[in-house]
Design a protein around this ligand. Sequence first.
Ligand SMILES: *[C@@H]1O[C@H](CO)[C@@H](O)[C@H](O)[C@H]1NC(C)=O
Ligand SMILES: *[C@@H]1O[C@H](CO)[C@@H](O)[C@H](O)[C@H]1NC(C)=O
Ligand SMILES: *[C@@H]1O[C@H](CO)[C@@H](O)[C@H](O)[C@H]1NC(C)=O
Ligand SMILES: *[C@@H]1O[C@H](CO)[C@@H](O)[C@H](O)[C@H]1NC(C)=O
Ligand SMILES: *[C@@H]1O[C@H](CO)[C@@H](O)[C@H](O)[C@H]1NC(C)=O
Ligand SMILES: *[C@@H]1O[C@H](CO)[C@@H](O)[C@H](O)[C@H]1NC(C)=O
Length: 447
Amino acid sequence: MSQVVTILILALTSVIPIYANVHGAGKICDELGRRSLSTRPHSVSITDFGAVGDGKTLNTLAFQNAVFYLMSFADKGGAQLYVPPGHWLTGSFSLTSHLTLFLENGAVIVASQDPSHWEVVDPLPSYGRGIDLPGKRYKSLINGNKLHDVVVTGDNGTIDGQGLVWWDRFTSHSLKYNRPHLIEFLSSENVIVSNLTFLNAPAYSIYSIYSSHVYIHKILAHSSPKSPYTIGIVPDSSDYVCIQNSTINVGYDAISLKSGWDEYGIAYSRPTENVHIRNVYLRGASGSSISFGSEMSGGISDVVVDNAHIHYSLTGIAFRTTKGRGGYIKEIDISNIDMLRIGTAIVANGSFGSHPDDKYDVNALPLVSHIRLSNISGENIGIAGKLFGIKESPFSSVTLSNVSLSMSSGSSVSWQCSYVYGSSESVIPEPCPELKRDADAYGRAAV
Ligand SMILES: *[C@@H]1O[C@H](CO)[C@@H](O)[C@H](O)[C@H]1NC(C)=O
Ligand SMILES: *[C@@H]1O[C@H](CO)[C@@H](O)[C@H](O)[C@H]1NC(C)=O
Ligand SMILES: *[C@@H]1O[C@H](CO)[C@@H](O)[C@H](O)[C@H]1NC(C)=O
Ligand SMILES: *[C@@H]1O[C@H](CO)[C@@H](O)[C@H](O)[C@H]1NC(C)=O
Ligand SMILES: *[C@@H]1O[C@H](CO)[C@@H](O)[C@H](O)[C@H]1NC(C)=O
Ligand SMILES: *[C@@H]1O[C@H](CO)[C@@H](O)[C@H](O)[C@H]1NC(C)=O
Protein backbone atom coordinates (compact mmCIF):
# COMPACT_ATOMS: atom_id res chain seq x y z
CA MET A 1 0.00 0.00 0.00
CA SER A 2 2.65 2.51 1.03
CA GLN A 3 4.60 1.58 -2.11
CA VAL A 4 1.60 2.43 -4.24
CA VAL A 5 1.30 5.77 -2.48
CA THR A 6 5.00 6.51 -2.98
CA ILE A 7 4.79 5.70 -6.67
CA LEU A 8 1.74 7.91 -7.00
CA ILE A 9 3.48 10.81 -5.30
CA LEU A 10 6.53 10.37 -7.51
CA ALA A 11 4.33 10.28 -10.60
CA LEU A 12 2.54 13.44 -9.54
CA THR A 13 5.63 15.43 -8.61
CA SER A 14 7.34 14.52 -11.86
CA VAL A 15 4.68 16.30 -13.93
CA ILE A 16 4.58 19.44 -11.80
CA PRO A 17 7.42 21.75 -12.83
CA ILE A 18 9.53 23.03 -9.96
CA TYR A 19 10.74 26.62 -10.08
CA ALA A 20 13.60 27.30 -7.74
CA ASN A 21 13.56 31.06 -7.46
CA VAL A 22 12.17 34.34 -8.59
CA HIS A 23 13.86 34.06 -11.96
CA GLY A 24 11.86 30.88 -12.47
CA ALA A 25 8.64 32.79 -11.86
CA GLY A 26 9.31 34.63 -15.12
CA LYS A 27 8.90 31.35 -16.98
CA ILE A 28 5.57 30.30 -15.52
CA CYS A 29 3.37 31.71 -18.30
CA ASP A 30 5.39 29.86 -20.93
CA GLU A 31 5.28 26.65 -18.91
CA LEU A 32 1.56 26.79 -18.24
CA GLY A 33 0.80 27.96 -21.78
CA ARG A 34 2.57 24.96 -23.27
CA ARG A 35 0.03 22.56 -21.85
CA SER A 36 -2.24 21.89 -24.78
CA LEU A 37 -5.95 22.36 -24.33
CA SER A 38 -7.40 18.91 -23.92
CA THR A 39 -10.00 18.38 -26.60
CA ARG A 40 -12.87 16.62 -24.90
CA PRO A 41 -14.24 13.54 -26.60
CA HIS A 42 -17.80 14.32 -25.47
CA SER A 43 -19.81 17.52 -25.78
CA VAL A 44 -23.32 18.52 -24.82
CA SER A 45 -25.15 21.81 -25.18
CA ILE A 46 -26.83 23.53 -22.27
CA THR A 47 -30.01 23.50 -24.37
CA ASP A 48 -30.03 19.67 -24.09
CA PHE A 49 -30.85 20.26 -20.42
CA GLY A 50 -33.81 22.54 -21.05
CA ALA A 51 -32.00 25.86 -20.76
CA VAL A 52 -33.64 28.86 -22.45
CA GLY A 53 -31.45 31.76 -23.55
CA ASP A 54 -34.06 34.50 -23.36
CA GLY A 55 -32.48 36.41 -20.48
CA LYS A 56 -35.57 35.76 -18.32
CA THR A 57 -35.78 32.02 -17.71
CA LEU A 58 -33.74 30.91 -14.71
CA ASN A 59 -31.34 28.19 -15.87
CA THR A 60 -29.58 27.22 -12.63
CA LEU A 61 -31.05 23.72 -12.68
CA ALA A 62 -30.04 23.21 -16.32
CA PHE A 63 -26.41 24.10 -15.50
CA GLN A 64 -26.44 21.91 -12.39
CA ASN A 65 -27.97 18.95 -14.23
CA ALA A 66 -25.60 19.31 -17.18
CA VAL A 67 -22.54 19.31 -14.91
CA PHE A 68 -23.94 16.36 -12.93
CA TYR A 69 -24.43 14.42 -16.17
CA LEU A 70 -20.91 15.26 -17.38
CA MET A 71 -19.31 13.95 -14.17
CA SER A 72 -19.67 10.45 -15.58
CA PHE A 73 -17.26 11.38 -18.40
CA ALA A 74 -14.41 12.34 -16.04
CA ASP A 75 -12.63 9.01 -16.55
CA LYS A 76 -13.41 8.97 -20.28
CA GLY A 77 -11.31 11.98 -21.25
CA GLY A 78 -13.69 14.54 -19.85
CA ALA A 79 -16.42 16.49 -21.58
CA GLN A 80 -17.41 19.91 -22.85
CA LEU A 81 -20.48 21.89 -21.86
CA TYR A 82 -21.30 24.16 -24.79
CA VAL A 83 -23.19 27.41 -24.30
CA PRO A 84 -24.61 28.78 -27.59
CA PRO A 85 -25.39 32.46 -28.28
CA GLY A 86 -28.15 33.82 -26.04
CA HIS A 87 -28.63 35.31 -22.60
CA TRP A 88 -28.54 32.52 -20.04
CA LEU A 89 -29.80 33.74 -16.67
CA THR A 90 -28.63 31.63 -13.74
CA GLY A 91 -27.87 31.46 -10.03
CA SER A 92 -24.66 29.91 -8.73
CA PHE A 93 -23.58 26.51 -10.01
CA SER A 94 -20.52 24.26 -9.67
CA LEU A 95 -18.17 22.70 -12.19
CA THR A 96 -16.56 19.26 -12.15
CA SER A 97 -13.09 17.90 -12.98
CA HIS A 98 -12.08 17.26 -16.62
CA LEU A 99 -14.71 19.70 -17.82
CA THR A 100 -14.52 22.44 -20.43
CA LEU A 101 -17.18 25.12 -20.21
CA PHE A 102 -17.23 26.79 -23.64
CA LEU A 103 -19.08 30.05 -24.29
CA GLU A 104 -19.73 30.70 -27.96
CA ASN A 105 -19.38 34.20 -29.37
CA GLY A 106 -22.60 35.95 -28.35
CA ALA A 107 -23.20 33.64 -25.38
CA VAL A 108 -23.77 35.59 -22.17
CA ILE A 109 -24.12 33.87 -18.81
CA VAL A 110 -26.15 36.38 -16.81
CA ALA A 111 -26.06 36.29 -13.00
CA SER A 112 -29.39 36.47 -11.20
CA GLN A 113 -29.82 39.56 -9.03
CA ASP A 114 -32.00 37.64 -6.55
CA PRO A 115 -29.87 36.61 -3.53
CA SER A 116 -32.08 33.54 -2.98
CA HIS A 117 -30.63 32.12 -6.21
CA TRP A 118 -27.17 32.08 -4.65
CA GLU A 119 -26.02 29.34 -2.30
CA VAL A 120 -24.53 30.51 1.00
CA VAL A 121 -21.28 29.00 2.34
CA ASP A 122 -18.99 29.33 5.36
CA PRO A 123 -16.22 31.93 5.40
CA LEU A 124 -12.77 30.90 4.14
CA PRO A 125 -10.56 29.43 6.89
CA SER A 126 -7.68 31.82 6.09
CA TYR A 127 -10.01 34.81 6.63
CA GLY A 128 -12.20 33.64 9.53
CA ARG A 129 -15.00 35.89 8.29
CA GLY A 130 -16.04 37.75 5.18
CA ILE A 131 -14.35 40.89 3.84
CA ASP A 132 -17.53 42.94 3.50
CA LEU A 133 -19.04 41.87 6.82
CA PRO A 134 -18.60 39.12 9.45
CA GLY A 135 -20.03 35.68 8.70
CA LYS A 136 -20.91 33.66 5.64
CA ARG A 137 -20.63 34.46 1.96
CA TYR A 138 -22.58 33.86 -1.19
CA LYS A 139 -21.00 31.19 -3.33
CA SER A 140 -19.50 32.48 -6.56
CA LEU A 141 -21.57 32.33 -9.74
CA ILE A 142 -19.36 29.60 -11.24
CA ASN A 143 -17.50 27.41 -8.71
CA GLY A 144 -14.74 24.87 -8.85
CA ASN A 145 -14.10 23.16 -5.52
CA LYS A 146 -11.29 20.55 -5.22
CA LEU A 147 -11.19 20.07 -8.99
CA HIS A 148 -8.45 19.42 -11.46
CA ASP A 149 -8.19 19.88 -15.22
CA VAL A 150 -10.94 22.45 -15.74
CA VAL A 151 -11.16 24.90 -18.63
CA VAL A 152 -13.52 27.85 -18.84
CA THR A 153 -13.13 29.41 -22.24
CA GLY A 154 -14.90 30.38 -25.40
CA ASP A 155 -14.91 32.55 -28.44
CA ASN A 156 -15.06 35.72 -26.34
CA GLY A 157 -18.34 34.78 -24.65
CA THR A 158 -19.39 36.88 -21.67
CA ILE A 159 -20.12 36.35 -18.00
CA ASP A 160 -22.20 39.27 -16.72
CA GLY A 161 -22.54 39.63 -12.95
CA GLN A 162 -25.15 42.43 -13.08
CA GLY A 163 -23.28 43.81 -10.09
CA LEU A 164 -25.15 47.08 -9.67
CA VAL A 165 -27.65 45.68 -7.15
CA TRP A 166 -24.82 44.13 -5.14
CA TRP A 167 -22.82 47.39 -5.16
CA ASP A 168 -25.94 49.21 -3.90
CA ARG A 169 -26.49 46.60 -1.18
CA PHE A 170 -22.85 46.97 -0.16
CA THR A 171 -22.97 50.76 -0.07
CA SER A 172 -26.29 50.89 1.81
CA HIS A 173 -25.15 48.19 4.31
CA SER A 174 -28.05 45.94 3.35
CA LEU A 175 -26.02 42.87 2.39
CA LYS A 176 -27.07 39.78 4.31
CA TYR A 177 -23.88 37.87 3.48
CA ASN A 178 -20.61 38.72 1.75
CA ARG A 179 -20.81 39.52 -1.95
CA PRO A 180 -20.21 36.72 -4.46
CA HIS A 181 -17.56 36.60 -7.18
CA LEU A 182 -18.05 35.64 -10.81
CA ILE A 183 -15.77 32.63 -11.01
CA GLU A 184 -13.91 30.93 -8.19
CA PHE A 185 -11.50 28.02 -8.00
CA LEU A 186 -10.96 26.70 -4.48
CA SER A 187 -8.38 23.98 -3.69
CA SER A 188 -8.16 23.20 -7.39
CA GLU A 189 -5.32 22.41 -9.78
CA ASN A 190 -4.69 22.80 -13.47
CA VAL A 191 -7.22 25.43 -14.31
CA ILE A 192 -7.49 27.53 -17.47
CA VAL A 193 -9.65 30.61 -17.89
CA SER A 194 -9.33 32.20 -21.33
CA ASN A 195 -10.96 34.06 -24.21
CA LEU A 196 -13.80 35.47 -22.14
CA THR A 197 -15.23 38.82 -21.08
CA PHE A 198 -16.24 39.37 -17.45
CA LEU A 199 -18.65 42.21 -16.77
CA ASN A 200 -19.93 43.86 -13.60
CA ALA A 201 -18.73 41.41 -10.99
CA PRO A 202 -20.47 41.84 -7.62
CA ALA A 203 -16.97 41.68 -6.02
CA TYR A 204 -14.08 39.84 -7.79
CA SER A 205 -14.18 38.72 -11.43
CA ILE A 206 -11.79 35.77 -11.08
CA TYR A 207 -10.83 34.32 -7.69
CA SER A 208 -8.16 31.66 -7.19
CA ILE A 209 -8.01 30.44 -3.58
CA TYR A 210 -5.80 27.55 -2.28
CA SER A 211 -5.23 26.61 -5.93
CA SER A 212 -2.26 25.75 -8.07
CA HIS A 213 -1.34 25.88 -11.78
CA VAL A 214 -3.88 28.47 -12.80
CA TYR A 215 -3.55 29.94 -16.29
CA ILE A 216 -5.54 33.07 -17.03
CA HIS A 217 -5.16 34.19 -20.61
CA LYS A 218 -6.84 36.70 -22.93
CA ILE A 219 -9.60 37.83 -20.67
CA LEU A 220 -11.30 41.19 -20.42
CA ALA A 221 -12.72 42.20 -17.04
CA HIS A 222 -14.77 45.33 -16.76
CA SER A 223 -16.79 46.86 -13.92
CA SER A 224 -17.83 50.45 -13.42
CA PRO A 225 -14.99 52.67 -12.10
CA LYS A 226 -17.45 53.66 -9.37
CA SER A 227 -18.22 50.09 -8.26
CA PRO A 228 -17.13 49.71 -4.61
CA TYR A 229 -14.17 47.41 -3.94
CA THR A 230 -14.53 45.41 -7.13
CA ILE A 231 -11.33 43.57 -8.05
CA GLY A 232 -10.45 41.96 -11.38
CA ILE A 233 -8.25 38.96 -10.56
CA VAL A 234 -7.28 37.77 -7.07
CA PRO A 235 -4.66 35.02 -6.67
CA ASP A 236 -5.07 34.23 -2.94
CA SER A 237 -2.99 31.55 -1.19
CA SER A 238 -2.32 30.14 -4.65
CA ASP A 239 0.82 29.23 -6.55
CA TYR A 240 2.01 28.77 -10.12
CA VAL A 241 -0.37 31.35 -11.48
CA CYS A 242 -0.06 33.06 -14.86
CA ILE A 243 -2.08 36.09 -15.87
CA GLN A 244 -1.29 37.28 -19.36
CA ASN A 245 -2.54 39.17 -22.41
CA SER A 246 -5.52 40.52 -20.54
CA THR A 247 -7.28 43.83 -19.97
CA ILE A 248 -8.81 44.74 -16.63
CA ASN A 249 -10.73 47.94 -15.83
CA VAL A 250 -12.50 47.86 -12.49
CA GLY A 251 -13.55 49.96 -9.51
CA TYR A 252 -10.84 49.15 -6.99
CA ASP A 253 -7.82 46.93 -7.80
CA ALA A 254 -7.22 45.40 -11.23
CA ILE A 255 -5.01 42.56 -9.90
CA SER A 256 -4.58 41.95 -6.18
CA LEU A 257 -2.37 39.23 -4.69
CA LYS A 258 -3.42 38.07 -1.24
CA SER A 259 -2.82 35.26 1.28
CA GLY A 260 -5.19 35.41 4.23
CA TRP A 261 -6.04 37.75 7.06
CA ASP A 262 -4.20 38.16 10.36
CA GLU A 263 -4.41 35.24 12.84
CA TYR A 264 -6.54 33.20 10.39
CA GLY A 265 -4.07 33.61 7.54
CA ILE A 266 -1.09 32.97 9.84
CA ALA A 267 -2.70 29.74 11.10
CA TYR A 268 -3.68 28.59 7.60
CA SER A 269 -0.18 29.49 6.40
CA ARG A 270 -0.57 29.03 2.66
CA PRO A 271 1.44 31.57 0.67
CA THR A 272 0.83 33.04 -2.74
CA GLU A 273 4.02 32.35 -4.66
CA ASN A 274 5.36 31.85 -8.14
CA VAL A 275 3.05 34.23 -9.93
CA HIS A 276 3.81 35.59 -13.38
CA ILE A 277 1.90 38.52 -14.83
CA ARG A 278 2.72 39.90 -18.26
CA ASN A 279 1.30 41.87 -21.18
CA VAL A 280 -1.60 43.37 -19.28
CA TYR A 281 -3.58 46.61 -19.50
CA LEU A 282 -4.78 47.59 -16.05
CA ARG A 283 -6.95 50.18 -14.41
CA GLY A 284 -7.93 50.14 -10.75
CA ALA A 285 -9.92 53.37 -10.58
CA SER A 286 -10.16 54.04 -6.84
CA GLY A 287 -7.57 51.45 -5.80
CA SER A 288 -4.44 50.19 -7.47
CA SER A 289 -3.63 48.63 -10.83
CA ILE A 290 -1.51 46.01 -9.09
CA SER A 291 -1.63 45.44 -5.35
CA PHE A 292 -0.01 43.11 -2.85
CA GLY A 293 -2.13 42.59 0.28
CA SER A 294 -3.33 44.05 2.38
CA GLU A 295 -4.30 40.49 3.37
CA MET A 296 -0.91 38.74 3.12
CA SER A 297 -0.60 36.78 6.38
CA GLY A 298 0.34 33.52 4.63
CA GLY A 299 3.10 35.34 2.73
CA ILE A 300 3.51 36.51 -0.87
CA SER A 301 6.75 35.84 -2.73
CA ASP A 302 8.38 35.14 -6.07
CA VAL A 303 6.25 37.29 -8.28
CA VAL A 304 7.30 38.62 -11.68
CA VAL A 305 5.34 41.38 -13.38
CA ASP A 306 6.62 42.20 -16.84
CA ASN A 307 5.19 44.59 -19.40
CA ALA A 308 2.13 46.18 -17.85
CA HIS A 309 0.29 49.28 -19.01
CA ILE A 310 -1.22 51.03 -16.06
CA HIS A 311 -3.58 53.95 -16.46
CA TYR A 312 -6.18 56.14 -14.78
CA SER A 313 -5.73 54.62 -11.33
CA LEU A 314 -5.50 56.18 -7.90
CA THR A 315 -2.35 54.12 -7.33
CA GLY A 316 -0.14 52.31 -9.84
CA ILE A 317 1.60 49.63 -7.78
CA ALA A 318 0.79 49.17 -4.08
CA PHE A 319 2.27 47.09 -1.27
CA ARG A 320 -0.13 47.05 1.67
CA THR A 321 0.12 45.57 5.11
CA THR A 322 -0.22 46.42 8.77
CA LYS A 323 0.88 45.27 12.22
CA GLY A 324 -0.92 42.06 13.17
CA ARG A 325 -0.70 40.59 9.69
CA GLY A 326 2.52 38.64 10.15
CA GLY A 327 3.54 37.06 6.85
CA TYR A 328 5.76 38.64 4.23
CA ILE A 329 5.91 40.26 0.82
CA LYS A 330 9.29 39.48 -0.72
CA GLU A 331 11.14 38.63 -3.93
CA ILE A 332 8.95 40.75 -6.16
CA ASP A 333 10.26 41.83 -9.58
CA ILE A 334 8.30 44.43 -11.49
CA SER A 335 9.67 45.74 -14.76
CA ASN A 336 8.82 47.30 -18.10
CA ILE A 337 5.82 49.25 -16.91
CA ASP A 338 4.30 52.32 -18.40
CA MET A 339 1.94 54.47 -16.46
CA LEU A 340 -0.44 57.21 -17.48
CA ARG A 341 -2.51 59.49 -15.23
CA ILE A 342 -1.82 57.89 -11.89
CA GLY A 343 -2.38 59.58 -8.52
CA THR A 344 0.62 57.94 -6.82
CA ALA A 345 2.84 55.71 -8.94
CA ILE A 346 4.31 53.52 -6.19
CA VAL A 347 2.87 53.05 -2.70
CA ALA A 348 4.05 50.97 0.23
CA ASN A 349 1.81 51.41 3.25
CA GLY A 350 2.58 49.64 6.53
CA SER A 351 -0.58 50.77 8.29
CA PHE A 352 -3.18 49.81 5.77
CA GLY A 353 -6.43 48.01 6.38
CA SER A 354 -8.42 46.73 9.31
CA HIS A 355 -8.46 43.49 11.31
CA PRO A 356 -10.96 40.62 11.16
CA ASP A 357 -11.64 40.89 14.91
CA ASP A 358 -9.82 41.85 18.09
CA LYS A 359 -8.04 38.50 18.46
CA TYR A 360 -5.11 39.47 16.21
CA ASP A 361 -1.60 39.63 17.62
CA VAL A 362 -0.29 43.17 17.33
CA ASN A 363 3.25 41.79 17.61
CA ALA A 364 2.83 39.73 14.45
CA LEU A 365 4.90 42.04 12.27
CA PRO A 366 4.92 41.64 8.50
CA LEU A 367 8.17 41.56 6.56
CA VAL A 368 8.45 43.53 3.32
CA SER A 369 11.75 43.04 1.56
CA HIS A 370 13.51 42.47 -1.76
CA ILE A 371 11.19 44.46 -3.96
CA ARG A 372 12.74 45.38 -7.29
CA LEU A 373 11.15 47.90 -9.62
CA SER A 374 12.84 48.64 -12.93
CA ASN A 375 12.22 50.14 -16.36
CA ILE A 376 9.25 52.18 -15.28
CA SER A 377 8.09 55.23 -17.14
CA GLY A 378 5.12 57.40 -16.37
CA GLU A 379 3.31 60.46 -17.58
CA ASN A 380 0.94 62.70 -15.73
CA ILE A 381 1.81 61.31 -12.32
CA GLY A 382 0.58 63.12 -9.19
CA ILE A 383 3.11 61.77 -6.67
CA ALA A 384 6.02 59.50 -7.59
CA GLY A 385 6.08 57.43 -4.43
CA LYS A 386 4.78 57.23 -0.88
CA LEU A 387 6.71 54.56 0.96
CA PHE A 388 5.83 54.23 4.62
CA GLY A 389 7.20 51.18 6.39
CA ILE A 390 6.71 50.01 9.97
CA LYS A 391 8.96 51.34 12.69
CA GLU A 392 9.40 47.91 14.31
CA SER A 393 9.86 46.23 10.93
CA PRO A 394 11.14 48.64 8.30
CA PHE A 395 10.68 47.73 4.65
CA SER A 396 14.10 46.79 3.29
CA SER A 397 15.96 46.09 0.05
CA VAL A 398 13.59 48.14 -2.04
CA THR A 399 15.43 48.72 -5.30
CA LEU A 400 14.45 51.20 -7.97
CA SER A 401 16.26 51.30 -11.27
CA ASN A 402 15.58 53.16 -14.49
CA VAL A 403 12.43 54.85 -13.26
CA SER A 404 11.35 58.00 -15.06
CA LEU A 405 8.14 59.66 -14.02
CA SER A 406 6.92 62.91 -15.43
CA MET A 407 4.77 64.73 -12.98
CA SER A 408 1.47 66.38 -13.70
CA SER A 409 1.52 70.14 -13.58
CA GLY A 410 0.95 71.49 -10.11
CA SER A 411 2.28 68.45 -8.27
CA SER A 412 4.91 69.53 -5.77
CA VAL A 413 5.78 66.46 -3.67
CA SER A 414 7.54 63.68 -5.53
CA TRP A 415 8.70 61.07 -2.98
CA GLN A 416 7.78 60.62 0.68
CA CYS A 417 9.47 57.90 2.70
CA SER A 418 9.76 56.60 6.24
CA TYR A 419 11.00 53.30 7.68
CA VAL A 420 12.00 52.07 4.25
CA TYR A 421 15.52 51.29 3.05
CA GLY A 422 16.91 50.45 -0.30
CA SER A 423 18.85 51.66 -3.27
CA SER A 424 18.22 53.36 -6.54
CA GLU A 425 19.81 53.99 -9.89
CA SER A 426 18.65 56.36 -12.64
CA VAL A 427 15.50 57.50 -10.92
CA ILE A 428 13.68 60.69 -11.94
CA PRO A 429 12.51 62.60 -9.99
CA GLU A 430 15.26 62.29 -7.41
CA PRO A 431 14.18 59.69 -4.81
CA CYS A 432 14.16 60.17 -1.05
CA PRO A 433 17.49 59.68 0.80
CA GLU A 434 16.28 56.37 2.31
CA LEU A 435 16.44 54.88 -1.18
CA LYS A 436 19.91 56.07 -2.00
CA ARG A 437 21.92 53.76 0.22
CA ASP A 438 22.86 50.15 -0.06
CA ALA A 439 19.78 48.28 1.08
CA ASP A 440 21.26 45.63 3.34
CA ALA A 441 23.81 47.81 5.09
CA TYR A 442 21.26 50.51 5.81
CA GLY A 443 18.54 47.99 6.68
CA ARG A 444 20.70 46.15 9.19
CA ALA A 445 21.94 49.34 10.70
CA ALA A 446 18.39 50.48 11.29
CA VAL A 447 16.89 47.33 12.84
C1 LIG B 1 -15.06 40.64 -26.54
O1 LIG B 1 -16.35 41.12 -26.18
C2 LIG B 1 -16.34 42.37 -25.52
C3 LIG B 1 -17.73 42.68 -25.04
O2 LIG B 1 -18.69 42.06 -25.80
C4 LIG B 1 -15.80 43.41 -26.47
O3 LIG B 1 -15.77 44.67 -25.82
C5 LIG B 1 -14.40 43.02 -26.86
O4 LIG B 1 -13.87 43.93 -27.79
C6 LIG B 1 -14.38 41.63 -27.47
N1 LIG B 1 -13.00 41.21 -27.64
C7 LIG B 1 -12.59 40.62 -28.74
C8 LIG B 1 -11.14 40.25 -28.76
O5 LIG B 1 -13.31 40.37 -29.67
C1 LIG C 1 -8.71 31.72 -27.92
O1 LIG C 1 -8.81 32.39 -29.13
C2 LIG C 1 -7.68 32.24 -29.98
C3 LIG C 1 -7.93 33.03 -31.23
O2 LIG C 1 -8.41 34.30 -30.91
C4 LIG C 1 -7.48 30.77 -30.31
O3 LIG C 1 -6.27 30.64 -31.04
C5 LIG C 1 -7.38 29.97 -29.03
O4 LIG C 1 -7.32 28.60 -29.33
C6 LIG C 1 -8.59 30.23 -28.19
N1 LIG C 1 -8.45 29.54 -26.94
C7 LIG C 1 -9.37 28.73 -26.52
C8 LIG C 1 -9.11 28.15 -25.19
O5 LIG C 1 -10.38 28.49 -27.14
C1 LIG D 1 0.47 38.00 -25.87
O1 LIG D 1 0.73 39.36 -26.16
C2 LIG D 1 2.05 39.56 -26.64
C3 LIG D 1 2.30 41.07 -26.68
O2 LIG D 1 1.17 41.74 -27.11
C4 LIG D 1 2.18 38.89 -27.98
O3 LIG D 1 3.48 39.10 -28.50
C5 LIG D 1 1.95 37.40 -27.77
O4 LIG D 1 1.96 36.73 -29.02
C6 LIG D 1 0.63 37.13 -27.11
N1 LIG D 1 0.61 35.75 -26.71
C7 LIG D 1 -0.41 34.95 -26.97
C8 LIG D 1 -0.21 33.53 -26.55
O5 LIG D 1 -1.44 35.32 -27.52
C1 LIG E 1 -2.11 54.03 4.66
O1 LIG E 1 -3.38 53.46 4.58
C2 LIG E 1 -4.29 53.99 5.54
C3 LIG E 1 -5.55 53.17 5.42
O2 LIG E 1 -6.04 53.18 4.13
C4 LIG E 1 -4.53 55.45 5.25
O3 LIG E 1 -5.41 56.01 6.21
C5 LIG E 1 -3.20 56.16 5.33
O4 LIG E 1 -3.36 57.49 4.95
C6 LIG E 1 -2.20 55.52 4.40
N1 LIG E 1 -0.92 56.10 4.64
C7 LIG E 1 -0.29 56.75 3.71
C8 LIG E 1 1.00 57.33 4.13
O5 LIG E 1 -0.73 56.87 2.58
C1 LIG F 1 14.63 52.21 -19.21
O1 LIG F 1 13.25 51.86 -19.26
C2 LIG F 1 12.62 52.19 -20.48
C3 LIG F 1 11.17 51.79 -20.36
O2 LIG F 1 10.61 52.51 -19.31
C4 LIG F 1 13.28 51.45 -21.63
O3 LIG F 1 12.69 51.84 -22.83
C5 LIG F 1 14.74 51.78 -21.65
O4 LIG F 1 15.37 51.03 -22.65
C6 LIG F 1 15.36 51.46 -20.31
N1 LIG F 1 16.75 51.87 -20.32
C7 LIG F 1 17.71 51.07 -19.91
C8 LIG F 1 19.08 51.66 -19.96
O5 LIG F 1 17.52 49.91 -19.48
C1 LIG G 1 15.11 47.10 -19.01
O1 LIG G 1 15.13 47.52 -20.35
C2 LIG G 1 16.34 47.17 -21.02
C3 LIG G 1 16.29 47.82 -22.39
O2 LIG G 1 15.09 47.54 -23.04
C4 LIG G 1 16.41 45.66 -21.10
O3 LIG G 1 17.61 45.28 -21.72
C5 LIG G 1 16.38 45.09 -19.70
O4 LIG G 1 16.35 43.68 -19.76
C6 LIG G 1 15.16 45.58 -18.98
N1 LIG G 1 15.20 45.14 -17.60
C7 LIG G 1 14.32 44.25 -17.12
C8 LIG G 1 14.50 43.90 -15.68
O5 LIG G 1 13.43 43.78 -17.78
